[in-house]
Design a protein around this ligand. Structure first.
Ligand code: CA
Length: 428
């Protein structure tokens, strides 16, 4: 495997704008089509382009690698991911090598370089689709600050964390059918709500529509029923990560969640970014996990298992500029993703390629780093002023919520693009 220290000094012959998420060191995967060709294909992001892997195969780029014809004409990454990391990493490294500046010359016999006009598709001409067929979706609750804020607001400030919280990564099983790709509009959900002083519930559109700033990881190697994944080998089972907005309806949630947890307050829509950034690209940005209380042996881990990924949330009112409302970081999570996967499978629960595990709302310790409107406005008591002087306690109709994420170290950057959704009024 190419070493990160070497790779991070490389430049590309593809022009990459400063602060681009899609540097040579990133090369995230996506599923895309274009306006004049609706066939979905597997692509890789570089600068302002998508590398069309099907076109590359047609031009004999993969000669010597035994791919079936039309392998990259696919509406999901699952088949590609199932090839395993030995193959997928080799492909990514070959592409990275061929995109290297020194290898982009007229006499370099480089198919990507020689046929760049056919293989490099401008991202602005691409339509992005959900990158994976998600079998099962699990949502964790791994931010101590978020769990503490919610516990403080809804239960007891002196006992904000429930007794199990520091002993295991709490999670629930979510719904995969309503996971949508960035750019998909959502309808304000309707449901039962009950005011604290009301005798009976009523049926109405949610008045407390909220986002949850999360990231998700995609399972890249499955397990059989009865097997478990350890904190040590968890990353071998993870293909990559995405930005994730776990849309929530707080008033529906408050009334419905006892005793079994979230249901209709969550499953009307959850959105993810179209780019899957592979774990190998994130390796360079690993950091220590925050200090933990004593945990059981199966949750103990060695080495750096957290990731320094800067996260931002913006609200864009319909006729105004976007407003930055939160700045957080994936490294704030108390439970790291290796612990999440180890816990998820410790009972023998099997994993499949394409399963999605989301982090839970990622809040930091300061009020400007909270990952939901519930916390940012402290249940609506501290509204946020938009650039057009309107206030937000929660999310309004015709607002767009945009989340972005990127890693930066020693002047090198890799990013996740964005997850963005426009909110439509409740469907009549
Ligand atoms: Ca959530």
């Amino acid at each position: 495997m190419l070493q990160n220290e070497d790779i991070f000094s490389w430049e590309s012959w593809v022009e990459i704008p400063k602060n681009s998420d899609f540097s040579l060191q990133n090369l995230p995967y996506c599923i895309f089509s274009t306006a004049d060709n609706h066939t979905k294909k597997i692509g890789i992001g570089i600068g302002e382009y998508v590398i069309d892997l099907h076109q590359a195969q047609e031009l004999n780029f993969f000669d010597g690698i035994d791919f079936p014809q039309n392998f990259f004409l696919n509406d999901a990454l699952n088949d590609f991911i199932s090839l395993g990391k030995v193959i997928t990493n080799t492909i990514r490294e070959i592409i990275m090598f061929d995109l290297k500046k020194e290898n982009g010359t007229a006499d370099s016999e480089n198919i990507l370089f020689d046929h760049q006009n056919q293989i490099l598709i401008p991202q602005k001409n691409a339509i992005f689709h959900l990158p994976v067929k998600i079998g099962d979706y699990t949502d964790f609750y791994s931010s101590r600050e978020h769990a503490t804020n919610v516990g403080t607001m809804f239960r007891d400030p002196n006992n904000a964390l429930l007794p199990n919280w520091l002993h295991l990564p709490v999670a629930y099983h979510g719904r995969a059918s309503s996971i949508i790709v960035s750019g998909t509009d959502i309808y304000r959900p309707k449901g039962q709500t009950k005011a604290p002083d009301a005798e009976k519930p009523i049926f109405q559109a949610t008045k407390l529509l909220d986002f949850e700033l999360e990231m998700g990881f995609i399972v890249g190697k499955g397990t059989d029923l009865g097997e478990n994944i350890t904190t040590e080998n968890a990353e071998e089972h993870i293909f990559g990560m995405v930005l994730f907005n776990d849309w929530s309806a707080r008033d529906i949630q408050t009334w419905e969640y006892v005793p079994l947890g979230p249901f209709l307050a969550k499953n009307f829509a959850s959105a993810m970014s179209p780019w899957v950034v592979v774990m190998e690209a994130l390796e360079y940005f690993k950091v220590e996990t925050p200090p933990q209380s004593e945990v059981l042996d199966y949750l103990k881990f060695k080495g750096k298992k957290s990731f320094d990924i800067q996260l931002e949330v913006f609200i864009k009112p319909q006729n105004s500029e976007e407003k930055l409302v939160s700045t957080s970081n994936h490294k704030f999570l108390y439970w790291n993703i290796s612990q999440q996967l180890a816990h998820h499978t410790v009972n023998g629960c099997n994993m499949n390629v394409g399963d999605l595990c989301a982090s839970g709302t990622i809040s930091g310790s300061t009020p400007d780093s909270y990952g939901s409107m519930l916390e940012l406005t402290w249940r609506g008591t501290k509204p946020i002023l938009m650039h057009d002087n309107t206030e937000r306690k929660f999310i309004n109709d015709y607002d767009t919520v945009i989340m972005r994420g990127f890693c930066e170290k020693n002047g090198k950057r890799i990013g996740f693009g964005e997850v963005s959704n426009f909110v439509l009024p409740a469907k009549s």
